[in-house]
Design a protein around this ligand. Structure first.
Ligand SMILES: [Zn+2]
Length: 387
């Protein structure tokens, strides 16, 4: 079986850290992903048998899609994002340094370590030849902001028809099978503007929003008391932004609140909307002067994969062979690109190495676990695609 050596993985990871790829929508004026995409494409093109293309995910921001193998077996898609968060306050974010088995630098654990594993895996599979199926590695832009990269892949998913996908975010070698989603919404209470002295004419939209906030707080308590999802816990809701009124001496015409509702697998945006609308309807029924409108915003679906799906079983077996004990099945409160792949009909699991400091001032990847990730990926690639 092929081997992804620590030396090759470390060298590939260091090469990637040296190329800044801060998300330009997070940090205006930042480099973006073009340079790193071009470096990844150039590197992969040096190995015979790897087919490489750049795909514009929007705004000239390129995904790299690389495939290897044309065996009759299954197709496995690997997903890793090339963008990182910003580096304000970091000492030498783009100078990789190794200390105590850790490689430090921005993006080292989120998630250039996984990109390094994808690169070396493709190179070794191509060199070995005779792969039983097909591996499609997608190096996508913009996961840290709006996920335009994985969405662009999903729009053209029929070109590759993957039988499964792995999103290689950090899991500490546990098997990721679920994460929460979220829904944004705006509620506007409509009052009636009037001179501040004219209490008979004015309707105070801000005071009416106060009632809404009290109800939302109660809804929040109810949500976290619901039966939790076994991997991700209960749903939740909170207010995020609020504004209202025109000036100090007038009754406020409107008050706006933006809220975020975290959803668990099984919940839909329609359910969330109905829940919120019911609160507003109840208030309007109780007080004819109360008027509010609800506008739904961005929806990111929760994610869950069946724990007996072939990719999950193959991955769990490979992780167990590596670790000597069965891996845990885990879920996250945060959101990941896996939801898009799953919604596109691709059975998807999440698996990655260890590290720390994603989005923090000191970020590092654990090199032992990167090696372990390499071994698990080799096993999964041959087992899954050869089945
Ligand atoms: Zn990430």
């Amino acid at each position: 079986m092929i081997e992804l050596t620590r030396e090759r993985l470390t060298e590939a990871l260091a090469e990637l850290i040296r190329i800044p790829s801060i998300n330009p929508d997070l940090v205006p004026g930042a480099d973006g992903e073009r340079k790193i995409a071009e470096a990844i494409a150039a590197r992969l093109r040096r190995t015979l048998g790897i087919i490489v293309e750049l795909q514009d995910a929007g705004g000239g921001r390129p995904n790299v899609i690389a495939s290897v193998g044309d065996g009759p077996g299954r197709t496995l898609m690997l997903n890793g994002h090339t963008d990182t968060v910003g580096v304000v306050g970091m000492k030498a974010p783009f100078e990789p340094r190794v200390a105590d088995g850790r490689l430090h630098g921005r993006g080292s654990s989120d998630m250039k370590n996984a990109l390094a594993a994808m690169l070396v895996l493709l190179e070794e599979v191509a060199r070995a030849g005779d792969f039983p199926g097909r591996l499609v590695a997608t190096f996508v832009v913009d996961e840290e902001y709006a996920s335009i990269g994985t969405q662009a892949i999903c729009r053209e998913i029929d070109r590759w028809r993957p039988d499964a996908a792995l999103v290689l975010e950090q899991t500490n070698l546990d098997v990721g099978v679920a994460h929460k989603g979220f829904v944004w919404a705006e509620i506007v209470t409509h009052g009636r503007a009037a001179h501040g002295s004219r209490f008979r004419d004015g309707v105070d939209a801000i005071a009416h929003m106060g009632r809404v906030l009290v109800a939302l707080e109660q809804l929040g308590r109810d949500l976290i008391a619901r039966p939790p999802h076994p991997r991700v816990g209960p749903p939740s809701i909170h207010a995020s932004l609020i504004s209202g009124g025109q000036e100090l001496s007038s009754y406020p015409e409107e008050c706006h609140v933006f809220i975020e509702r975290r959803t668990i697998p099984g919940e839909t945006a329609e359910q969330v909307r109905d829940e919120l609308q019911a609160i507003l309807d109840q208030m309007a029924a109780a007080d004819p002067s109360f008027r509010a409108t609800l506008q739904m915003g961005l929806v990111r679906q929760p994610f869950e994969v069946a724990e007996d799906a072939p990719i999950v079983r193959t991955l769990a077996r490979a992780a167990e062979a590596e670790r000597g004990v069965a891996p845990k099945f885990v879920g996250w409160a945060g959101w990941m690109d896996s939801a898009f792949l799953s919604a596109a009909g691709v059975p998807t699991a999440i698996f990655g190495a260890s590290g720390d400091g994603a989005h923090a001032l000191e970020e590092w990847a654990d090199l032992d676990s990167l090696e372990a990730l390499g071994r698990v990926l080799v096993r999964v690639a041959y087992d899954f695609c050869g089945a």
